[in-house]
Structures are given as structure tokens and as C-alpha cells.
Design a protein around this ligand. Structure first.
Ligand code: ZN
Ligand code: ZN
Length: 472
């Protein structure tokens, strides 16, 4: 451990082994001062790094072709070369190159063959602030992108001059304020300054953000599918609060659980999902519900249905060491899914038996079985009031058949169904728990953490049903 002064003095000496500064012995005020001093060192270093990056970029400029510095070093771009040298991302390298354009460096007019246009005053202000280590390169880049406004169209020279002056003043104010702000706060303040300067441009900026929105679906080799995308502010305002509401109990927000439901089966459902998994499940659930309630405007009459294909032999096979062995396939997908998943789909959406002969020819197509009708679902929702195992509402629920899929023959009885949300439904099938009916009530037979078989009542969550029974 080295005292801070020695540490700072040794920073530029790469022949000395790297050392960490002494921290334990520091008084509180010394500790805070050290953090401040080192941040300034970092800003100085990043300004210098940007200057170097700018020069590398200049010596790699497009006109030089294969003679460019990056090309000579086997890289396609200056950013590629810089990130290889720094071990950083190409995105960081781009920030460095952009920052270099702001810095008050000697003009390169001769080398480039044409004089450089003078830098607008507000950008020069930012460059000055980076060069003097008043703000970080990241802060300057952020102010630059957030404060940028379009020049007023058809403005008279003195109007244009006033606009440039206002922009420079705003930049100077942000530079002064930056040291006390986080980058997020700085971004918000720069955006506010820009909107004040350019009220007329708000609609155009909104359009520009709106134009950048996208959602890309990429099938990956391992069977997963990646979603990437950008939400414009309006889309985010619709989607984000919904996801937040669902994940907020994890993040310390309110948890909306009715006391009666807690008393019921709360301890059964140990939701082991991460917050991100919960967000994704919610997203999928919303799409599924949305497709179901679609009134024909978005999907027309082509509402896609999810079909799963599985052989009866696999469905009937006895478990080996508690595991169901076999393969099922979602129609149109090559990756196999488990028998438990197939069973859950049959449970919720019914099955159509297809009889094949030994050569794989279709001999007979049976009638759809075990599908609860819309009317029966209404009855289930009125009776159960939502998932019997947790607190999700009926709109999030599937109808679970309490009988094994071939234990009854074509008859779909409301008594044989209970509402479970997708998560709890998965749990029941994956753990091979059973739900049994006792008169008008249902119980869950499940093994607890110690492998002991338990029977837990699954009380209805329907207030209307409570009222009915109380006043009968
Ligand atoms: Zn089920
Ligand atoms: Zn549930």
C-alpha cells in the first residue's frame, strides 16, 4: 500500500509495478478527497486518450484506403484498432473519437488538404471543458448528443447568432453544473435545456425517436430466441409501467395479495424466478392474452394457435426415476420439449387424437377432446376467482384438468377443471402434483421441501362466491 501522494506520483511510471493506494489509514475527509482527485486524474487521462484516438482515427481516414493506420494494423476501422489497444468496446472507442473532434487541437488543414470548418462555439465550450478535465469525456458526449438542436430554418443572420449564443450559454451552464450531477441527471438537464431552446423541434425529435423503434426476433442455435429492440418514449410509457407493476414486489414495491389468498396456498408457491424471468413471463402472458382477446383488428381471423405434437406412447410412458422420458414438439419448431409441457398444453387446450398406421399414414382423425368451452371458462372464473395457488386474476389463467389426460373420455366437466396461472400450472405438471376434488372444494397434493406428501386446501378467491355462500 502506498500513500496517495506517492501513488499519484508513480502513476506515469510504467516501469514500477502497479500498486494500490493506502486506504484504511485515511481519515474520512482524506478518503473523499482521494476519490475526487483520482476522478480528476481519470478525466485528464481520458482527455489525453481521446486526443490520441482522434489522431489514430485521422490517420485511418477512409481516403487513405489500405495505407491507413488501422488497415496497416489489420483492422477495418480506427474504432476497431483503438478498442483492440485499449481493451474497451468499439462503442467506447467511438465516444473517444467523437470527443477528440471537440478538443482544442491544432488544425489539420494542411494534412487533410482542405481547411476545417470552425467549430461551433457550444462544441468548443465542451471541448475546452474536457481538455481542462472539468468534465469527463462521457459527460461531454452526453451533453453534445442531448443538447444538439436543429438550426432554425430560414433564420435571419442575427437570429441565427442569437440561437448559437443561447446554445453556447446552455452548454456552459451544463459544464458548470456537471460535477455535482450523475450522468443520468446531466442527461435530463441537457434534454430540458434543449427543449427550452428549441420548442419547435420537439415534434421532430419525437418523430426521430419514434423512427428508431424496432423489435427483432433472432432464432439462436441453442433453441433460444433472442428479442432485441428499442422502445420510443410513447411505447415505453405503455410497456414499462406494466412490467414494473409485476416486478415491483421484487424491488420493494407494494405486493397486492388478498389476505385470504395468503392464508390459502402462499407457502406452496415458492416463486423462484428472477426478476428478469418474471418480466419475460409477464411479457409472454400479455401477448398470449392479447392474441386471445383480439377483436380481429390486429390479427384478422388468423389468430395463431400453439399446437404441440406428441405420441401417445410418450404420453403414457411411466416415469423413470421420477422423470418423464419422451419428446414433444411445438408445431413448426424442431426443438423438443418435455412431456410435462405437452401434457400442460393438452390440459389447457385440449387434444385431437390422430391415429397412424405402422407406416406413418394417417388412419383416423378424432374429435377435439377435453377443451373447456368459453361458457365453462366463465363459470370457472366465477367459481375460482383467479389462480387457486397464487394471486393472479382469471385473465392470466389456464383451465387445469384435475384428471390425467386419458382418465376420462371426452367429457369435459366444470368440476374437473380449476383455474391456474401459467406459472402455477407449469409447476403442477413439472412436479407432477395432483389436485383433487372434495365435494365443492379442491386440495393440492404436493411434496414439500423435505419430500413429505402434503395436502393443502386451495380455497376459491372469488369474493362473489364467498358472498353467495354467506347469504345462502
Ligand atoms: Zn393442467
Ligand atoms: Zn398461480
Amino acid at each position: 500500500m502506498t500513500p496517495l501522494a506517492d501513488f499519484l506520483a508513480s502513476l506515469g511510471d510504467l516501469s514500477a509495478p502497479p500498486a494500490l493506494p493506502e486506504t484504511r489509514a485515511l481519515r474520512d475527509d482524506e478518503l473523499l478527497e482521494s476519490q475526487r482527485v483520482l476522478a480528476e486524474v481519470q478525466r485528464r487521462v481520458s482527455a489525453a486518450t481521446a486526443a490520441i484516438a482522434g489522431e489514430i482515427s485521422f490517420r485511418s481516414r477512409r481516403e487513405l484506403g489500405h495505407d491507413g493506420l488501422a488497415a496497416q494494423n489489420g483492422e477495418r476501422s480506427a474504432e476497431g484498432l483503438i478498442s483492440r489497444l485499449t481493451g474497451g468496446s468499439t462503442r467506447d472507442a467511438r465516444t473517444l473519437v467523437r470527443t477528440a473532434e471537440l478538443l482544442p487541437l491544432p488544425p489539420r488543414a494542411e494534412a487533410a488538404g482542405e481547411p476545417e470548418p470552425p467549430r461551433p462555439r457550444w462544441l468548443a465550450t465542451l471541448g475546452e471543458a474536457v481538455a481542462t478535465a472539468a468534465i469527463s469525456a462521457d459527460a461531454a458526449d452526453l451533453i453534445r448528443s442531448r443538447l444538439a438542436t436543429t438550426e432554425p430554418v430560414g433564420a435571419a443572420p442575427e437570429q441565427r447568432e442569437a440561437w448559437l449564443l443561447a446554445l453556447a450559454e446552455a452548454a456552459a451552464r451544463l459544464v458548470t453544473d456537471a460535477p455535482g450531477l450523475t450522468l443520468e441527471q446531466l442527461a435530463a438537464r441537457a434534454a430540458a435545456a434543449r427543449d427550452t431552446l428549441d420548442l419547435a423541434g420537439i415534434a421532430a425529435r419525437e418523430r426521430a425517436l419514434h423512427d428508431q423503434r424496432y423489435l427483432r426476433v433472432t432464432k439462436l442455435a441453442d433453441g433460444m430466441t433472442r428479442l432485441t429492440g428499442l422502445l420510443d418514449p410513447e411505447s415505453a410509457a405503455i410497456v414499462v409501467p406494466i412490467l414494473d407493476t409485476v416486478t415491483s414486489p421484487r424491488r420493494g414495491g407494494p405486493r397486492f395479495v388478498q389476505p385470504a389468498a395468503v392464508a390459502g396456498a402462499d407457502e406452496i408457491v415458492r416463486d423462484e424466478r428472477t426478476t428478469e424471468q418474471l418480466a419475460l413471463d409477464t411479457f409472454v402472458e400479455l401477448i398470449r392474452i392479447g392474441a386471445r382477446v383480439d377483436d380481429g383488428r390486429l390479427l384478422g381471423n388468423r389468430t395463431p394457435s400453439v399446437r404441440v405434437l406428441v405420441t401417445k406412447r410418450d404420453l403414457d410412458a411411466a416415469p423413470v426415476d421420477g422423470e418423464r422420458i419422451g419428446a414433444a414438439y411445438f408445431e413448426g419448431h424442431d426443438d423438443a420439449v418435455s412431456i410435462a409441457t405437452a401434457e400442460r398444453y393438452i390440459c389447457a387446450s385440449g387434444a385431437i387424437p390422430i391415429l397412424f398406421d405402422g407406416d406413418g399414414r394417417v388412419l383416423d382423425l378424432g374429435r377435439e377432446q377435453r377443451l373447456f368451452s368459453e361458457k365453462q371458462r366463465v363459470a370457472l372464473a366465477a367459481r375460482d376467482g383467479g389462480c387457486l395457488m397464487c394471486d393472479r386474476p382469471p385473465s392470466c389463467c389456464e383451465a387445469h384438468h384435475i384428471d390425467h389426460w386419458d382418465e376420462h373420455h371426452g367429457r369435459t366437466d366444470v368440476d374437473a377443471g380449476v383455474l391456474l396461472c401459467r406459472f402455477c400450472h407449469l409447476l403442477v405438471h413439472n412436479r407432477r402434483w395432483r389436485i383433487r376434488r372434495e365435494g365443492a372444494d379442491y386440495r393440492l397434493e404436493h411434496t414439500d421441501a423435505n419430500g413429505v406428501l402434503r395436502s393443502t386446501p386451495l380455497p376459491s378467491r372469488s369474493r362473489a362466491r364467498d358472498r353467495l355462500l354467506a347469504t345462502a
